[in-house]
Write a protein that binds this ligand. Structure first.
Ligand code: GN1
Ligand code: MG
Length: 355
């Protein structure tokens, strides 16, 4: 695809020299644009999923500006900034109706596929709790919820049941065992949303997609910047703590075909939790502390039924490269969930001891 007309809609510095495709992310399409002066991230927004592009853009402009206001001049280059179009708006709609946006590229940044050290895990925890801390005083109004009920696990269970009932592409016969197991566990997975509905835990500005690949590290593996802010809005803290554990403390990646490689790295988990406690201690409530490890169980389950539901629906949501990829992803989540269930009380005791 010729990206020149799209790139030239934005206020960029220098002439375009090269464009790289960035493969990570299952929803939007991402490119790195290198110019004679600097680099940018260009993204085609998947607007069948992110339908409210105006509100989405507004959210991200507000969040990035707020986070930038919190750092000193020396760190401004390491904060995410929206690059405006030449008509001074935060996205560009092309002639075919697709939506595009641009960010600064964070210099010398990389993502990590599998965490390698306790230090990395600790700083990961510190970074996500700092994100929560910094968004506590985001000026009103409330951020718009772009995908309603994003981490409403009971609603996710409902959608999963609909996918089973529909059996749209006749794949149910391949996954009877997984489906039965997920249905059997479903009654345990309402707890956090129930506590929220009873006003026992607060809604906060959370990221909602704290997977390991959504944080950029520098060459020495220090975290630089949290990215992929599309889903940041009101939610329960535990879901963010938990999604980082789900993705960062698994010894395998989400797409691993060899299930025997999946396990919880308990030692990384303890480092992550210690790091998370650093910035969260000042605001987290005792009831929220009690939900953190519960969240790990629930979000791993939720992700399993989201992948499995998409498999049953015929791979219409997540980007896939081959036929059974969503099933492979599901099995990784189920194996990880079993690890969490086995380690649950040990994890809980550890986390509660930190606060
Ligand atoms: C999607 O776009 P990406 O890859 O960051 C998904 C997350 C899932 C994740 C699983 C908007 O995130 O909720 O946890 O895949 N994002 C959306 O890897 O659905
Ligand atoms: Mg995302």
């Amino acid at each position: 695809m010729n990206l020149s007309p799209i790139i030239s809609a934005f206020q960029i510095k220098g002439n375009v020299i090269s464009i790289d495709t960035i493969a990570s992310g299952y929803i939007n399409t991402t490119y790195k644009v290198n110019t004679s002066e600097t680099s940018y991230i260009l993204q085609k927004i998947n607007h069948t999923i992110f339908k409210k592009v105006d509100a989405l853009t507004e959210n991200i402009i507000r969040i990035t500006a707020h986070l930038k206001s919190k750092v000193g001049n020396e760190d401004k280059d390491n904060t995410l900034q929206v690059i405006y179009t030449k008509t001074n708006v935060g996205y560009h709609k092309d002639t075919q109706g697709y939506f595009w946006r641009m960010f600064n590229f964070i210099p010398k940044s990389k993502t990590i596929e599998v965490l390698e050290s306790k230090e990395q895990a600790y700083t990961l925890g510190e970074s996500f709790s700092k994100y929560h801390l910094q968004l506590l005083d985001l000026p009103a109004p409330k951020l718009t919820e772009i995908i309603p009920d994003f981490h409403n696990t009971p609603t996710r269970i409902q959608h999963f049941k609909e996918a089973i009932a529909k059996n749209a592409v006749n794949r149910l016969k391949n996954v009877k065992e997984e489906v039965d197991y997920m249905l059997e566990l479903s009654s345990q997975m309402h707890e956090i949303v129930d506590l929220g509905n009873q006003s026992k835990i607060p809604l906060r500005n959370i990221h909602q997609d704290t997977k390991l690949s959504n944080i950029l590290f520098d060459e020495q593996n220090n975290p630089l910047c949290i990215i992929d802010l599309d889903t940041t809005s009101s939610g329960y803290l535990a879901y963010d703590f938990a999604d980082a554990v789900r993705t960062g403390m698994n010894t395998a990646t989400e797409g691993e075909k060899d299930i025997s490689k999946v396990s919880l790295n308990f030692s990384l988990f303890t480092s992550f939790a210690k790091g998370y406690a650093v910035n969260s201690k000042s605001f987290i409530t005792p009831e929220e502390v009690n939900t953190l490890v519960l969240g790990v169980k629930i979000i791993t389950y939720e992700q399993a039924i989201r992948f499995l539901g998409d498999y049953l629906n015929g791979d219409i949501y997540y980007r896939t490269e081959y036929a059974d990829e969503n099933l492979v992803r599901t099995r990784v989540q189920i194996a990880f969930l079993n690890n969490i269930l086995d380690n649950f009380s040990k994890m809980n005791t550890f986390v509660k001891g930190l606060y």
